[in-house]
Design a binder for this molecule. Structure first.
Ligand SMILES: Nc1nc2c(c(=O)[nH]1)N[C@H]1C(S)=C(S)[C@@H](COP(=O)(O)O)O[C@H]1N2
Ligand SMILES: [Mo]
Length: 205
C-alpha cells in the first residue's frame, strides 16, 4: 500500500515542509521500558457494544499486518519521505472493535499519558497503521517500540509512539498538544498547526 498526497496535489512535500534524510528522535519525556507481560492495547470509550476491549501483547502480535509506504511530516517543518512501515491497519482494529454510531473522533494514547485528538475518518484512512516495523526491522525503542500509530495525512504529533490504545469520543476531547494550542484536526496538507485556525474554519475543530 502506498499512501500518496490527496488527489490534485503533486507528489511533493506539504506546504512549508523540508525533506530530511532520516527520522530524528523527537518526543516529550522519557523512552518507556517495554514490559510485554504488562502491555495491553485498549479500545474504550463509546464502543458499539459499550464494552472496553483489551488485547494483550500476544493477541496483538497475532493480528494480520500490512505494509504501508508513507511520508512522515512533523509540525516543526521537517518531513521524511517513503518510510516503509508495516503493521496492523488502524481501520482493521476499528472494524474489529467498532465505535457507536455517534462517534466523531478518538483520543489516541500512549505510555506516560501522551495523547492526541484524531477524527474517526483519519483513523480509518487507508494508510493509517499501527506500525511495528520500519524499513523491514522492528521499531527501535526511541522510535516507538513495540508499536506507534502512523497517520500519514496528519502532522506526526497525532501519531503516538509507544501506542497503547484509543478512546472513542462523541465530542472532541483535546490531547497533549491540542491542549497546548495545537490544532484538533492537524491535516498537514492544509497546514493545520494551531488551535486558532479552528475558529477561522468552523467545523474543523
Ligand atoms: N508518545 C509520544 N509519541 C510521539 C511524540 C511524543 O512526544 N510522545 N511526539 C510526536 C512528534 S511531535 C513527532 S515529530 C514524532 C517523531 O517521531 P520520531 O522520533 O520517530 O522521529 O513522534 C510523535 N509521537
Ligand atoms: Mo513533531
Amino acid at each position: 500500500m502506498h499512501v500518496v498526497p490527496p488527489p490534485g496535489a503533486a507528489r511533493a512535500l506539504p506546504p512549508g515542509q523540508r525533506e530530511v534524510p532520516e527520522l530524528p528522535v523527537m518526543h516529550y519525556g522519557r523512552v518507556p521500558t517495554f514490559r510485554p507481560e504488562r502491555w495491553t492495547l485498549v479500545v474504550e470509550g463509546a464502543t458499539r457494544d459499550g464494552e472496553r476491549h483489551v488485547l494483550d501483547y500476544e493477541a496483538f502480535c497475532a493480528l494480520p499486518t500490512t505494509p504501508v509506504r508513507a511520508d512522515l511530516h512533523c509540525a516543526s517543518r521537517w518531513s521524511v519521505l517513503d518510510n516503509e512501515w508495516e503493521g496492523v491497519l488502524a481501520r482493521d482494529l476499528v472494524e474489529a472493535h467498532p465505535p457507536a454510531g455517534d462517534v466523531t473522533c478518538a483520543l489516541v494514547y500512549a505510555e506516560y499519558g501522551y495523547s492526541a485528538t484524531v477524527r474517526l475518518e483519519d483513523l480509518t484512512a487507508p494508510g493509517a497503521v499501527l506500525a511495528t516495523s520500519r524499513g523491514g526491522r522492528p521499531l527501535t525503542p526511541e522510535h516507538g517500540f513495540p508499536v506507534r500509530l502512523v497517520l500519514p495525512q496528519l502532522y506526526s504529533w497525532k501519531g503516538p509512539k509507544w501506542f497503547r490504545g484509543w478512546e472513542y469520543l462523541t465530542e472532541v476531547k483535546r490531547g497533549f498538544w491540542e491542549d497546548r494550542g495545537y490544532h484538533a484536526v492537524g491535516d498537514c496538507w492544509r497546514q493545520e498547526r494551531y488551535a486558532y485556525q479552528e475558529a477561522e474554519e468552523p467545523g474543523r475543530g
